[in-house]
Design a protein around this ligand. Structure first.
Ligand code: AMP
Ligand code: GLY
Length: 423
């Protein structure tokens, strides 16, 4: 069968590489893809939020399944678009419809969902422009640091964590009254700060049954020691050593089951990934956020650990018989280190030639912001490459990643040398 993957990052390269191992796939397409996906699949220069253009790709290439990498097409309703179209409605889309995608598309919705279904999460209230004063009063009832979240999608920038009450009130005003994050911050969630250490758990569901995929931890800040600006993610590790069997059991009982049951009770037919961002506070899980897709760069450590055919799991989602499917995972640790453009996550230059990729033998190099220019591979984004390695220990895997990185070069290349420092 022919498969289409939507997206252009390291996550989508990881999907493509994993699926390329499946004997059941004839042709693999990625839209728009990157230099890495072009080596193992056919790239098509289409934006995943241009649904009519996606439809053309599907019809012209006899696509039998669509896997949606990023959140934007899901929140915009690509799955609903397929279901409403007579030529597309029989083609499974891996990713929720608009109603399920609200778990990521609206922080207010996801908090209401968690409270309604008794899922542990930080205490919160939501505010709009009309009750700015109410928001300020609520802030006064909380202890610092203060957590403010733009309700809508804000390209990963919509969460502010502030130490002083004055600052928090000023930022709340900026968000509500001056639309700091545009329409995304016309509603703001204010919540209690959660203590603990973060990790992520990934669930794949067909709406009734679910599989819990390997856990991962990512490193979001640009600077070593977790300082500086937030990024999409500078590295990741799987499995998470402090995610013990006992803790994961609690996550399944207290978070995963009520989430899947809650979706069903609310009439949301959810087919796809649920990325659960968790805080582990002394062994007790609390949900920080839901995303309705896989994480990036978490995918670059989760998928390579899966030893069986990923397509089988996707077929289980499509045919709603996921309970009949099984999968196996290697015991080895996987680590990934992101190579980014100098200046990222602020301004950076593109089109720098990448050299040395052919010399890497001990790691998988997933491409993120890259493109081909004739025969050259050049940078095309802030996050450029994710270098993934395996090891019996985290340190062994990291050492391989860093040795591989020594062979790769592009002008102003930057990366964190301390991934896993806190474990
Ligand atoms: P989110 O977009 O909701 O994942 O928030 C981005 C990051 O902000 C999270 O990964 C956490 O590191 C942090 N964060 C969000 N909410 C909280 C909270 N209630 N307590 C502590 N940290 C938080
Ligand atoms: N690495 C965090 C995310 O994908 O949202």
């Amino acid at each position: 069968m022919n498969i289409l993957i939507l997206g252009s990052g390291g996550r989508e390269h990881a999907f493509a590489l994993k699926l390329s191992e499946s004997t059941q796939i004839n042709q693999l397409f990625v839209a728009p893809g990157n230099a890495g996906t072009s080596k193992i699949a056919t790239n098509i220069a289409v934006n995943p939020t241009d649904f009519e253009a996606v439809k053309q790709i599907v019809l012209e290439n006899n696509i039998k399944m669509v896997i949606v990498g990023p959140e934007a097409p899901l929140v915009n309703g690509i799955h609903d678009f397929f279901l409403a179209d007579n030529q597309l409605k029989h083609i499974p889309v891996i990713g929720p419809k608009k109603d399920g995608a609200l778990l990521e598309g609206s922080k207010d919705f996801s908090k209401q969902f968690m409270i309604k279904h008794g899922i542990p999460t930080a205490k919160y209230q939501s505010f709009t422009t009309e009750n700015l004063e109410g928001g300020k009063k609520f802030l006064e009832t909380l202890q610092p640091p203060f957590v403010l979240k733009a309700d809508g999608l804000a390209a990963g920038k919509g969460v502010l964590i502030l130490n002083s009450l004055e600052e928090a009130k000023a930022e709340l005003t900026e968000m509500l009254t001056h639309q700091k994050f545009g329409a995304a911050s016309s509603t703001v969630v204010i919540e209690e700060f959660l203590k603990g250490i973060e990790l992520s758990v990934f669930v794949l569901t067909d709406g009734k049954n679910y599989k819990i995929l390997p856990s991962a931890k990512d490193y979001k800040r640009i600077g070593e020691g977790d300082v500086g600006l937030n990024t999409g993610g500078m590295g990741a590790i799987s499995p998470v050593p402090f995610a013990t069997e006992d803790f994961l059991q609690k996550v399944e009982e207290l978070v995963v089951k009520p989430t899947i049951n809650g979706l069903q009770k609310d009439g949301i037919d959810y087919r796809g990934f649920i990325f659960i961002g968790l805080m582990n506070d002394k062994g007790n899980p609390s949900v920080v956020e839901y995303n309705v897709r896989m994480g990036d760069p978490e995918t670059e450590v989760v998928l390579p650990r899966i030893k069986s055919d990923l397509l089988e799991l996707f077929l289980g989602v499509a045919n709603q018989n996921l309970e009949e499917k099984s999968f196996s995972v290697t015991d080895k640790f996987a680590t990934t280190v992101m190579l980014v453009s100098g200046g990222y996550p602020e301004n950076y230059e593109k089109n720098k030639e990448i050299t040395g990729l052919e010399n890497v033998t001990n790691s998988i190099v997933y491409h993120a912001g890259t493109r081909l220019e004739d025969v050259k591979t050049v940078t095309n984004g802030g996050r450029v490459l994710a270098v993934t390695s395996f090891g019996d220990t985290i340190d062994e895997a990291l050492e391989k990643s860093y040795k591989s990185i020594d062979k790769i070069h592009f002008d102003k290349m930057n990366y964190r040398k301390d991934i896993g420092f806190d474990l």
